[in-house]
Design a protein around this ligand. Structure first.
Ligand SMILES: Nc1ncnc2c1ncn2[C@@H]1O[C@H](COP(=O)(O)OP(=O)(O)OP(=O)(O)O)[C@@H](O)[C@H]1O
Ligand SMILES: [Mg+2]
Length: 269
């Protein structure tokens, strides 16, 4: 292929691989292409699967990192803190390192009253940092990386599946489909080492749905797994939604971060 100055242009996978920021071969046409084993490990043969695909983050956030996030400029202090926290992931994979205070902050709660302040963007950036570090450190240590190190759960979307599953007027084949997805996501959200629970502050949930949600949170706390929550409801107000006992436990291990400002939706250059 040639560009308009008749210079040869070789396409590489640099702009579509989550590992580009850490890979010494990124952009090298001899290595950086669809058949690169690490590209396949992260994005699959189709480019839409692999560990990034199974993490299930919305498409627009799949390549966002703490370095390239559009929300970084407006939230510099938050991004500095989170970069420090993400570096501590390296030590989480090392069983001998348990004394770092950062390792004790397991979870984060991203809150803003306004919408569009960068909470989901930042939660996905952190999820992607986890994916990158888990993959590269596993390879360095000669271990097989997990197939699903991280998972993104859109709580509203998940509640939509629940409603489909329980509403009497939905045809049974659609119920079956919704049920399969609902329970599969529940399983992944319970077991993945790193999970984003996006928009946790559901207000109009039935007791049965809340109980499923609490079940996920409870299992994650018991198994010391990392969770990033995002919400438009302040962390303390959630105990009204979920009850004091469990939420008190969740709060203990969670650092709240407030996202300031007005909506930045549509501001991307
Ligand atoms: N500081 C920023 N500068 C430019 N664009 C931004 C900034 N923060 C977020 N965005 C963009 O605005 C859009 C909304 O961001 P995001 O979904 O992360 O907001 P949110 O806080 O999760 O909103 P909600 O409360 O509705 O869930 C995205 O397209 C994101 O890329
Ligand atoms: Mg959001």
């Amino acid at each position: 292929m040639e560009n308009k100055n008749n210079e040869e242009v070789t396409k590489t996978n640099k702009n579509k691989c989550l590992l580009s920021g850490v890979c010494l071969l990124a952009g090298d046409p001899d290595y950086c292409y669809d058949m690169c084993p690490s590209y396949i490990g992260m994005h699959g043969v189709s480019g839409k699967s692999g560990r990034v695909g199974s993490a299930n983050a919305p498409k627009e956030y799949r390549l966002v990192t703490l370095e390239n996030s559009p929300a970084k400029k407006n939230q510099p202090a938050i991004y500095r803190e989170l970069a420090k926290y993400a570096r501590s992931f390296n030590r989480m994979f090392d069983e001998n390192e348990t004394n770092d205070p950062l390792l004790r902050i397991k979870n984060h709660y991203f809150y803003s009253k306004n919408t569009g302040t960068g909470k989901t963007t930042t939660a996905c950036a952190l999820l992607n940092e986890y994916l990158i570090r888990h993959y590269t450190l596993s390879i360095k240590q000669g271990k097989q990386p997990l197939n699903m190190p991280a998972f993104y759960l859109d709580v509203n979307d998940w509640q939509g599946l629940y409603n489909k599953l329980t509403r009497p007027d939905v045809p049974s084949e659609l119920k079956e489909e919704a049920g399969a997805k609902y329970y599969q996501r529940m399983k992944y959200a319970k077991t993945a080492p790193f999970v984003v629970m996006d928009d946790i502050g559901v207000r109009d949930a039935t007791d049965a749905f809340k109980s499923d949600l609490l079940n996920i949170i409870n299992e994650r706390i018991n198994n010391h797994l990392i969770t990033v929550y995002t919400s438009n409801i302040p962390m303390d107000a959630l105990q009204e939604v979920y009850g004091e006992r469990l939420w008190d436990r969740a709060r203990d291990l969670t650092r709240p971060i407030d996202f300031e400002g007005n909506s930045k939706r549509g501001n991307r250059l």
